[in-house]
Structure formats: structure tokens, C-alpha cells
Write a protein that binds this ligand. Sequence first.
Ligand code: BG6
Length: 462
Amino acid sequence: MKKPVPSDAIAFFGMTGDLAHKKIFPALYNMAKRGALNIPVIGVASSQWTVEQLCDRARDGIEKHGGGVDDEKAFGHLAELLDYVSGDYNDLQTYKALRQKLPNARQPAYYLAIPPSLFPVVVEHLGAADCAKNARVVVEKPFGRDERSARELNEVLHQVFPERSIFRIDHYLGKEAIQNILYFRFANSFLEPVWNRNFVRQVQITLAEDFGVDGRGRFYEEVGALRDVVQNHLLQTVALLAMEPPVGTEVEDLRDAKEKVFGAMRPLTRADLVRGQFDGYRDEEGVAADSDVETYAAVRVHIDSWRWAGVPWYIRAGKNLPVSATEVRVELHRPPQRVFAEYEELPRDTNYLRFRLSPQVQIALGARVKLPGESFKGQPIELSFTEDTSDEMTAYERLIGDAIEGENLLFAREDGVEEAWRVVDDVLVQHERAHPYKPHTWGPAQAEGLIHGGDGWHNPGI
Ligand code: BG6
């Protein structure tokens, strides 16, 4: 396949904001350390800052959120690449000033680290100021609030940028562990025969965080767990687990296979969702005294496809749970017939594949083996493999690098994003009130009722 032409400059709208401070500067610094950043980096924002102030902000972000500046030469290199345009996003002059900073850029990239409500004005002005020719645009989540707003955002972007030039960030797709799911599935052949409804009994995915909303109460009031992590990170994870093998080696072949899964997901109904809210959430700054926003969501997803018909996918995410860990557990049916006396007493779920996505990257196979001795009695064991990813790029580093290179494999595509919203759209508004739960517990007891067969959720340990 022909490689895309890399961008020769990148501009970040919202460079004085929170996301830049926490994620973008540390990622750029790491790229500079690896020698992977050699194009002008222009910050754009409304604050009247100097380039020196921006550099100070960069250093602060790297110190606080990126492990610190341990290579002054690399930081100096980043500082040399940095430039800044201050101006009103509603004023065409801002974009003309940006254009002047990029006189030789033939294929610039624009990263919108700004609230989606500002996308229309920025995108329109990029077009009007002749900034968009051959350009790429990188957009942050949340990509809309529901299906309708996501479609509107797509329309806004498409007025100026073709789909192949739009890079929608879902940082989960930049994680090593997530890519490993894709690799493990399609680089091995032993999995395929069992990877379907005939052998898989259920799939469980848990994204647990042992902290609350960390001062982000105002933001959380606008989103809640369903919008924050389920519609995007967790449904993307489902798509990678459930997709058919791609029919070719092109990036779009792979994306086609993945995006099709969203189309086969059945829209959630009230009965497929349990929402929870941890006690104390309403005392957070920016949170309404009678807030019904969920800090925990558990859902049951069905994929109406030949491969997955009848297999329930249980997904849950919550703040203030007992541990921080994200895990997928693909559980197989138990053997069909009694061969050993212990059969009736056995739990149903001793045969499974477990993908630990964080804090470690781990793949494990759960099985029963015979205990030494005369009788045919066994014990559950796990064959597991843990990868050392301490030197790996962070998700943001990888995704910013890929966007600059024009590689769009790890970005969400228009159809998938809209379909994923379709799946959750009804229950965003039609749901029971959130059930309270105590911090550092596994969420409301009602979530147990979602699981068919009565054997409950598997809580990831650490
Ligand atoms: C973000 C959410 O997108 O993902 C956060 O806004 C959440 O609320 C985070 O904590 C989880 O991602 P990670 O990479 O920190 O596990």
C-alpha cells in the first residue's frame, strides 16, 4: 500500500488548556526524546501568551504529568519547534496569522483540543482562511453527545475535510494492550475455531477505577460513565474482539471489518443497563445536589451476527471501585458431558481467556488440571503471559505520531462512531435512576441481575 505523506507542521487549538498540559506536552516531549518530532508545532489559543510562557507551560505539564524533564536537549529541541498564535477563534485574522506561521507547510495537521461546541467555528474558518488544503484534522473525544450530534459534527468536518483526513481520537486504540488483542486474534490460528457462539458462553469487560471524578465534577455532570468510556473505549474494545478477520491487508480492510461490528450491535434497552452513583459524588464541586448522573454503568450488549448470535457481552465501568484495572474475560462453555464425578460441583466458568489491559498487559488462559492423586479431581490454573511495556510509547504519543504520519488505523471512523452512538442512544435518556453505591465497592448490587445464568461478575484482582 502507498504510504501517506507525513504532515510537515502541526497546530494545536486549545494549547493552553488542560488536555495539552496533561497529555499533549508530555507526548510531544517523549517524541522529541525519541528523535521523532521534527516539524513546527504551533499552539493556538485565545490567551495572550508569549512563546516563552507556552514553553513554561510545556515544562510544567511534563513535570506534573509526564515523569519530568530528564533530557534538557530534547526539551530544548521541543522548545525550538514551538510557536504560538493567540487570537479569537471567531476571527479570520487568527487563521491568517496561523497560515503565516506555516508558509512552507504543504500538508499541515490541525489538532482540535477544544470543546466540540467550537468545532464548527474553527473548521469553517480553517476552510475560509485557506488552511485546509491537503491538511489533516485530529479531533478529541467526546465526539458528540448522542447519535444526532455526532452526525452533525461529522457533517461539519466533512464540509472542509474528507473522511480520510479526519483522525478521531479514542486513546484506547493507541494502547499497546488493545492492539495486542487484534494481533493475538489474527496472528494465531488456534483461537479462530473456538471464537464464536458455539464455544463462547459470555464475555465480560470491566474498566474499574479506584478513584472518583478527581475535581472533574463539572465535566462529569455533562457526560456520565456511558458517554465517558462505554460508548467509545469499551465498545471499541468489543469491536476488536468481535470483528471478522479482515479480507485484506490494507488499513481500510481492517477498519471495514471492525466498523461492521458496531452496525451489528443491538440498541440497548432499559433492561440492558444498570446505572450507579457513588456516595459522595453529589458533594463534588460542580455537581448538582440532586444529580442523577452515573459514575458507574453496566450494560448487556448483543451482537446480531452469525458468529455472536446469543452470546451476551457484559460491560461495566465505574469510578471509586476497589481497584484500578481493565480486563476482558472470554468465557467458554464447559465440557458438554459428564466424564468425571466432580462435574456437577464444578463452577461453570473455569475455561476462559483473560486479557488484562491495565495496569499490566497480560494474556491468560484459564483451565482445569488434575490434582496429583488417585481420584479424578482437578483444580483451576492459569497459563499467563505478562508483557513488560514500561518502555512503550504512551497512547497519546503513538496517536499524535500516527496522525502526523497520516496512518489512520488507530482512529475511529465516521460510520463506527455513529453506530456506536446508535447502540446507546435510547438509554442515554430512558433509564432507571442511578442506584447509590459505597465508594470502594463493586458498584450497585442490581448489576448482578444483568448476568444470565446467575454466576455473576468476575472482579479483576490486582
Ligand atoms: C478517559 C475518561 O477518556 O479515559 C476518564 O474521560 C477515564 O474518565 C479514562 O478515567 C480512562 O483511560 P485510562 O487510559 O486512564 O485507563
